[in-house]
Write a protein that binds this ligand. Structure first.
Ligand SMILES: [Zn+2]
Length: 104
């Protein structure tokens, strides 16, 4: 991974982000990594979906936990892991949003 220069929070051991805009970029990256992994049908370890401010380092961290207790509306859509129409649609969406999808 390319995190070698990122500061680490002593208290949480997580990568510390200074500003919300850094968090946004990191979340977008995680999202892209997940999409790419899905397109290539490989496992992805990126699980970051939320951010929170850390009172110990005064920075921000990513977490795979929902920030708030989830108010459960039934989740209707199972996560599609098989390539097919969905993968195709995502590939189209990906090219529309401008990030490149590595060919497998
Ligand atoms: Zn911290």
């Amino acid at each position: 991974m390319s995190r070698h220069h990122a500061p680490i929070c002593a208290s949480s051991g997580k990568v510390r982000f200074r500003e919300p805009k850094d968090i946004k970029r990191a979340l977008r990256r995680a999202d892209q990594d997940r999409s790419r992994a899905r397109l290539n049908d490989v496992a992805c370890s990126r699980r970051e979906i939320e951010s929170y401010s850390c009172s110990d380092c005064n920075g921000w961290h990513l977490t795979s936990q929902q920030a708030r207790p989830v108010r459960l509306t039934p989740v209707a859509r199972p996560i599609l892991r098989t390539p097919g129409p969905a993968a195709d649609a995502m590939r189209r969406m990906a090219s529309a949003t401008g990030f490149t999808v590595a060919a497998a």
